[in-house]
Ligand binder design. Structure first.
Ligand code: GLN
Length: 535
């Protein structure tokens, strides 16, 4: 019998429901259960691929090529298991399927209604995520009480009504400490549980998110007003690293109590690997200073790093594996433009240029790459970071002055990066959604390259998300000038990795290795990059 755990949020967004879901998944997996964490997003987009990153953070890509919310990245990093299309659901997907069924007369003349047809479709998808699994953890996007996500709460209620012994509901709510009071307040959390109650849902557990630890008095208050035992009120204060959360929740017996509620056998958790990881994270290691140069950092007066979350986590994993403390600095490409690469980038041990789209900040980013190349600073280019490194090399080493990418200047004389032929057809038909080269593709590594040395095997598989690629017309010319083609598709047709051999570490990859890095299995390329940076 598959079990279902809903995780909802209240009071404010950005509570770390994703980390809670990922952590509980890790705890349950650690006890031998096959878990399937899934994210529900309330917007009408079919996937996250068409949403501006600044609105919604990173677009994560699954092995089977779905563009999803960044929370799937957290789930994969915490469980070490790849997720698939079934692990991501949006309102758009649900309605598209219901409307498709209606048009093909699959409802056989019925009135097609939100309840039960839409809720049935939601439950069908949740069950699909649970095939061959024992526990599905469903993170409900947004906060309770929003008009937009109500239908998902309704589906959660119906599933619990149908299978009371198989469903648990966990509510994560914020506990503010207003500055003028200096006291932790529980009323907003109580009210948020009241909203849940009004939707017919009684949470089994309430997790209190707060800056400070929650005291016994607040726990008792929440228990009384939210109609649950005191032990079922779990504290989740701010901690130094997200990787402490599984331990923090396990210490409060969350995994044990959830299993008990679901009638699963008593679990004996061994989180010693997590303990070891947290010890490394907190220990006093020598620093490695990494600059991440991107264009999506600035948002009003704030800097957002969510857009590059997988890149940032991969750098951290690789640093810890190398016995280093990662010190990351986000560099807005605009600042490189204004102040010059040398001024901004001097003093870093390594430079990363992550993926991106469009024109803004491009020339400055190319200058940053030139700085890394000329000053022997270890460089790792991811997707756009590989394409721009190719342009930089073409212009400044191979002497192809007008080198460019078709994405920005289709009329440029030397398109060293050009659109993939099938992508061109799609663009002409304005087929933008879910049509990039997506998901995991095989790649073959060349002998005598840093990449082969890092991976330790010639045949690899990495996840992609792009429309443009290295133009093979320039292969000979660039190779003659000293660029090494270190990886291609197995048929040799697409260039996937470029390297500069006489440089401590200069590697650009057309794919996104960051999506496969986990704290317990850091990505080999990131590991090699940090090793070089550490020197
Ligand atoms: N904009 C580039 C392309 O579409 C790179 C994409 C990326 O960095 N993910 O090919």
């Amino acid at each position: 019998m598959t079990k279902y755990i809903f995780i909802s949020g209240g009071v404010i967004s950005g509570l770390g429901k994703g980390i809670t879901t990922a952590s509980l998944s890790a705890i349950l997996q650690n006890n031998g259960y096959k878990v399937s964490p899934m994210k529900v997003d309330m917007y009408l987009n079919i996937d996250a691929g068409t949403i501006r990153p600044i609105e919604h953070g990173e677009v994560f890509v699954t092995e089977d090529g779905l563009e999803t919310d960044q929370d799937l990245g957290n789930y994969e990093r915490f469980t070490g298991e790849p997720l698939h299309r079934v692990n991501y659901m949006t309102t758009g997907q649900v309605y598209a399927e219901v409307l498709r069924k209606e048009r093909s007369f699959e409802y056989e003349g019925e009135d097609v209604e939100a309840i039960p047809h839409v809720t049935d479709e939601i439950i069908r998808r949740i069950k699909m995520a649970g095939e061959d699994k024992e526990i599905v953890l469903i993170e409900l996007g947004g906060t309770v009480g929003e008009y937009q996500n109500g239908i998902f709460f309704e589906a959660a209620r119906i599933l619990k009504m149908n299978e009371p012994e198989n469903v648990v509901h966990i509510h994560v709510a914020y506990l503010p400490v207003p500055g003028h009071l200096g006291e932790m307040k529980t009323k907003p959390a109580q009210q948020s549980v009241r909203i849940l109650n009004s939707m017919g849902i009684q949470p089994d557990f309430v997790i209190g998110r707060s800056e400070q630890p929650m005291d016994q008095k607040r726990k008792e208050k929440i228990a009384l007003f939210c109609n649950i035992p005191t032990e079922a009120v779990i504290g989740n204060p701010d901690v130094e690293s997200i990787y402490q959360i599984p331990l923090l929740l396990a210490e409060q017996n969350l995994g044990f109590m959830v299993c008990e509620k679901l009638g699963l056998k008593e679990i004996k958790s061994d989180l010693s690997l997590w303990k070891k990881l947290v010890k490394t994270i907190k220990s006093d290691l020598p620093e490695v200073k990494i600059a991440v140069v991107g264009k999506y950092f600035g948002s009003g007066d704030y800097m957002l790093s969510d857009v590059y979350i997988s890149v940032i986590e991969a750098i951290k994993h690789a640093s810890w594996a190398n016995g280093k403390k990662p010190v990351l600095t986000w560099i807005d490409s605009d600042d490189v433009e204004k102040q010059g690469a040398a001024k901004i980038l001097g003093g870093f041990d390594g430079i990363v240029v992550p993926g991106g789209f469009g024109e803004r900040g491009i020339e400055a980013t190319i200058k940053a790459i030139q700085y890394a190349r000329e000053n022997q600073v270890p460089y790792l280019g991811l997707c756009y970071g590989m394409q721009l490194a190719t342009i930089e090399f073409a212009r400044n080493v191979a002497g192809i002055k007008g080198a460019h990418t078709e994405e920005i200047d289709p009329k440029a004389k030397d398109l060293v990066i050009h659109i993939m032929p099938d992508q061109q057809k799609k663009m002409l038909k304005q087929e933008y959604g879910g049509t990039m080269r997506l998901g995991a593709w095989p790649c073959k590594l060349a002998k005598g390259t840093k990449s082969l040395e890092a991976y330790g095997q010639a045949n690899i598989k990495e996840r992609h998300r792009h429309r443009y690629e290295f133009n093979n017309d320039y292969k000979d010319q660039l190779e003659k000038a000293g660029l090494k083609i270190a990886g291609t598709t197995p048929d040799g047709k697409l260039v996937e990795i470029v390297e500069i051999p006489d440089h401590p570490f200069f590697v650009g990859v057309q794919f996104h290795p960051e999506f496969q890095s986990t704290p317990f299995a850091p990505h080999p390329l990131f590991k090699a990059f940090i090793e070089a940076a550490g020197k």
